[in-house]
Design a protein around this ligand. Structure first.
Ligand SMILES: [Zn+2]
Length: 273
């Protein structure tokens, strides 16, 4: 009898352990699937996440889109999914997400939902005034780089007001409402309207909210060269005055998948998605 109940207990113990092991692998397995779903076309991302490096340079053997998405995944937690409004925004404004300059912070997602969320993000930025201005704030690293460019050659802000630099959610919204309305927003969200993105950013989506963009009056190659040498590039197609601080030299941009496109003599560095 004693021996029998001992056997029974042992049998229950083994059954219990087997169930635990089975549950463990089921959970790990399903996590794996969820985690990999957005990244199906990039076999390299898993390797990269387990061996973080600073700065992060994606595997150069994969194509531009995969290099870009691997970099973005490394930088922000929520990678937008194809065929969503967020993905459209990532395509239009996401070039800045390759920035890895120490001291620069990036938004956790491509849309800041309201003024409060914008202020929360901006309160974590280390900002400073662009030299010679009283209201043009940028993230400090971006401002320092711009000041360096301006030590080489004179470059004017577009309007001279704070709107050229870091904006509040309200200013982003005000600019949007000057050019567009809720109908336009719907069309952008559905992927039916994209040209407006080169004119004005929808509410909560401007690179100007992130303290890494400037609107400038640039008219000659020397100015362009000084800006490029200091990590500033044009990254929003057809938004001529708009400059973005990427923090890399021009030769490095393709490593992260950015593609150059020349439109009417102006070279833009665009996302490859
Ligand atoms: Zn701008």
């Amino acid at each position: 009898m004693k021996r029998n109940s001992k056997l029974k207990r042992r049998f229950r113990k083994i059954t219990f352990i087997t169930i635990i092991i089975f549950l463990f692998f089921t959970l790990v397995g399903s996590n794996d699937i969820n985690y990999n779903q957005p990244l199906q076309n990039s076999a390299t991302i898993n390797n990269i996440n387990t061996t973080p490096s600073i700065p992060f340079i994606p595997n150069q053997q994969v194509d531009e889109k995969q290099r870009f998405l691997a970099t973005v995944t490394h930088q922000i937690s929520n990678l937008p999914q194809p065929n969503t409004y967020e993905y459209i925004l990532l395509r239009a404004y996401g070039a800045v997400l390759i920035n890895q300059q120490p001291g620069v912070i990036l938004p956790p997602k491509v849309i800041l939902d309201n003024e409060q969320e914008t202020q929360e993000f901006q309160s974590n930025m280390r900002v400073t005034l662009v030299e010679g201005t009283t209201e043009c704030f940028l993230q400090k690293v971006a401002a320092d780089a711009f000041n360096k460019a301006r030590n080489i050659v004179n470059i004017s802000l577009k309007s001279g007001y704070s709107g050229d630099c870091t904006r509040s959610f309200a200013t982003n919204l005000r600019f949007w409402q000057k050019y567009a309305n809720s109908r336009t927003l719907e069309q952008v969200q559905q992927g039916k309207e994209t040209k407006i993105l080169g004119v004005v950013a929808p509410p909560g989506t401007s690179q100007h909210l992130w303290g890494l963009a400037l609107d400038l009056r640039v008219s000659n190659p020397a100015q362009r060269q000084a800006l490029n040498q200091n990590g500033w590039f044009q990254t929003v197609e057809n938004d001529l005055p708009h400059w973005t601080y990427l923090g890399w030299d021009e030769g490095s941009l393709p490593k992260f998948g950015l593609k150059d496109k020349t439109v009417r003599g102006v070279t833009y560095w665009l996302t490859p998605i």
